[in-house]
Ligand binder design. Structure first.
Ligand code: PAF
Length: 287
């Protein structure tokens, strides 16, 4: 389906039957991580809409919009095999009028971390997600914890603008060596792919160290050295509050915390995050 009118007609027909509708927004190039979002949606709703739209407004001028992987036919086959009910794949002209001039900006949670190095990114995401939610009007929308800051930005937008939708979070899906699945992993060379899982190992070990009482500044420094020693160029490496992304004052987290990292490996920017375990005995998600 390509148009908002068609999408609305189908959703209205489902509503008349009293069905519960979920939306899974994606930019396509679907991997197991996306499919896990669709599975979560299938378990939570009667009908699942998956949108595929490579949103130009969340890419900066120097970023990879032109080369971002696009594979709509394969994506459709994967979604059909899983039992998704509708694929909404609008063109740019359907999403943006030539004089489109509105932007949704969510302050606070969108600042710092990815918001610092990609200043255009969260306004682009919030604006397109607001549009998709208005177009589809689902009961539920599903987002992955891989893009944890994005998840919090969307939750805040939905709360602040009274959007009548429940936001569900799906856990990060990892390869067997710990690398978080991402469409951009396709950019990694074979040699870089060998190194890439260290990002997760470094932040999982760091989270464990902090849980066991190591001062945060020391743990951050050790993880940064480990990553740089392996050839990563660290964009950010931080521990922040899991609920609000506010940084900590002292050397120990005083509320639930997460480690957030973004690092370049060659021309590929990888991001990942893990919770700081609260028991001090296990590191959730560690490979
Ligand atoms: O996470 C993504 O794939 C995108 O940021 C999203 C939420 C589909 C908006 O374009």
């Amino acid at each position: 389906m390509r148009t908002v009118d068609e999408l609305r007609a189908q959703v209205a027909a489902w509503r008349r039957q009293g069905l519960r509708i979920a939306l899974v927004p994606t930019m396509g190039a679907l991997h197991e991580g996306h499919l896990s979002l669709v599975e979560l949606a299938l378990g939570a709703a009667d009908r699942v809409v998956v949108s595929i739209f490579v949103n130009p407004t969340q890419f900066g001028p120097e970023e990879d919009f032109a080369t971002y992987p696009r594979s709509e036919a394969q994506d459709r086959a994967k979604l059909a095999a899983l039992g998704a009910h509708l694929v909404f794949a609008p063109g740019e002209e359907e999403m943006f009028a030539p004089d489109f001039s509105t932007e949704v900006f969510v302050a606070g949670v969108s600042e710092g971390l990815c918001g610092a190095s990609r200043p255009h990114f969260f306004a682009g995401v919030a604006t397109i997600v607001a549009k998709l939610l208005n177009q589809c009007q689902p009961d539920i929308a599903v987002f992955g914890e891989k893009d944890y800051q994005q998840l919090l930005v969307i939750r805040r937008m939905v709360r602040d603008l009274d959007m009548p939708v429940d936001i569900l979070a799906a856990p990060i899906v990892r390869d067997s060596d710990g690398l978080a699945l991402s469409s951009r992993n396709a950019y990694l060379s074979a040699a870089e792919r060998q190194i890439a899982p260290l990002l997760h190992r470094a932040i999982a070990d760091m989270a464990q160290d902090v849980a066991e009482g190591r001062p945060m500044s020391e743990a951050l420094e050790a993880a940064r050295r480990r990553l740089e020693g392996a050839g990563f160029e660290v964009d950010y490496l931080e521990i922040r509050g899991a609920a609000d992304l506010v940084p900590f004052e002292g050397e120990q987290p005083d509320r639930p915390a997460r480690v957030f990292a973004a690092a370049w490996l060659g021309r590929t920017r990888l991001i990942d995050n893990v919770p700081v375990p609260t028991t001090g005995t296990e590191s959730e998600g560690a490979a």
